[in-house]
Ligand binder design. Structure first.
Ligand SMILES: [Zn+2]
Length: 109
């Protein structure tokens, strides 16, 4: 493969991105600053990074538990991915008006 800009040889370089297992293949010119990414491998890398951004997002209904208490359930996907068990402690914090952050207490084993 030749550089479309200066016709020099292109060197195949694997590009590593922090936090991703996949590597993207790029072709870099040895003379000028021309870089071309191989579509297939760079798409794979982008998909992997995207999947990490929102590992699990599930729509849930809030249910009424009693007069002034509301609750929600953890479905089995959440339970499995966090290894939750009944009786464990969690911390609930409200950083702003759109988020409820639940922190799982690390298991003491
Ligand atoms: Zn070039």
């Amino acid at each position: 493969m030749k550089c479309p800009k200066c016709k020099s040889s292109l060197i195949k370089v694997e590009v590593e991105v922090e936090g991703a297992r996949n590597k993207a293949i790029s072709y870099q010119c040895e003379k000028c600053d021309y870089v071309d990414f191989e579509k297939e491998t760079s798409n794979k890398l982008l998909l992997e990074l995207k999947a990490k951004e929102t590992p699990l997002k599930i729509k849930q209904k809030i249910v009424k538990l009693s007069q002034d208490r509301l609750g929600t359930y953890f479905n089995k996907n959440i339970i499995r991915s966090l290894d939750l068990k009944a009786g464990e402690n969690i911390y609930v914090s409200v950083p702003d008006k759109k988020h409820i952050v639940i922190t799982v207490e690390p298991n003491e084993k």
